[in-house]
Ligand binder design. Structure first.
Ligand SMILES: Cc1cc2nc3c(=O)[nH]c(=O)nc-3n(C[C@H](O)[C@H](O)[C@H](O)COP(=O)(O)O)c2cc1C
Length: 238
């Protein structure tokens, strides 16, 4: 899988976090890093070049320091110029199925970013325009990565955060639907196992199974047929 990292930082020379991140990304195989500020100091974005880069990669990462509850301006300029009708939407959806992810460094601590906290809203909520832009272009919006306390962090914390960021951003085969399906199946297996155990215990004790606290099935017959279902070929295949 080829990954494109679009870096938006207006003063990279003074950066502690994003500089380390760009270098770490650049050292990975199959990763292309494009520093938008370095490429376009006057914000005169080359639309065709940017579109070509998008088409050549499957996962696109927006990397930036969190500025005024959003990204630095050059990334907005990039969106406004590059995501054109006939390319990203309206007639042609050339980004359809591609994966998009935000990785951002945030000055304040995580506790500030929640209802009732200093900043009232989570970063997930504040990044809704990114999420909906990706939805609109029929891309897949992957779970973002946030590095909080970015200014206060010492070098060791930045190094740890960089390792965690890389592991998150470059993880292959991200599929939340499959993960949820597996979680549900695993949970059901545990439920069935507990119900079977409860039914067997109730049977041995000669008491009514509903007294075991097994809520959905109030008769031993139900619990037994339910747990027998686990052994049928269709459920075993789960
Ligand atoms: C113009 C500007 C706006 C900022 N806005 C925010 C903000 O809205 N929320 C926040 O938590 N930090 C904010 N910060 C702090 C930056 O997120 C922080 O400096 C950055 O993540 C550090 O990354 P770097 O070392 O790569 O520059 C802001 C900083 C600047 C310079």
């Amino acid at each position: 899988m080829k990954t494109l990292v679009l870096v938006a930082h207006p003063t990279m020379i003074a950066s502690r976090v994003n500089k380390v991140w760009s270098e770490a990304f650049a050292a990975q195989p199959n990763v292309t890093v494009r520093d938008l500020t370095a490429l376009y100091p006057e914000m005169d974005i080359d639309v065709l070049d940017e579109q070509k880069a998008l088409l050549e990669h499957h996962r696109i990462i927006f990397q930036f320091p969190f500025y005024w509850y959003s990204s630095p301006a050059i990334l907005k300029q990039w969106q406004d110029l590059v995501l054109l009708p006939g390319f990203a939407y309206a007639g042609a959806h050339k980004l359809e199925g591609k994966e998009f992810m935000v990785v951002t460094s945030v000055g304040s601590p995580e506790s500030d970013y929640r209802a009732g906290g200093h900043n009232n809203f989570s970063i997930d909520e504040l990044l809704r325009p990114f999420q909906q832009t990706v939805n609109y272009c029929r891309g897949k919006y992957l779970s973002p990565y946030y590095f909080f306390r970015a200014i206060a962090a010492d070098d060791d914390e930045i190094a740890d955060g960089t390792r965690a960021m890389l592991a998150h951003a470059l993880k292959g085969d991200i599929d939340p639907e499959r993960d949820h399906e597996n979680f549900t199946i695993d949970t059901m297996r545990k439920m069935f196992a507990r119900a079977t155990e409860a039914a067997e215990w109730a049977h041995a004790m000669r008491i009514s199974p509903w007294k075991t606290g097994c809520p959905a099935h109030s008769s031993e017959r139900h619990i037994r047929s339910w747990s027998r279902g686990l052994r049928t070929p269709s459920l075993m295949r789960l």
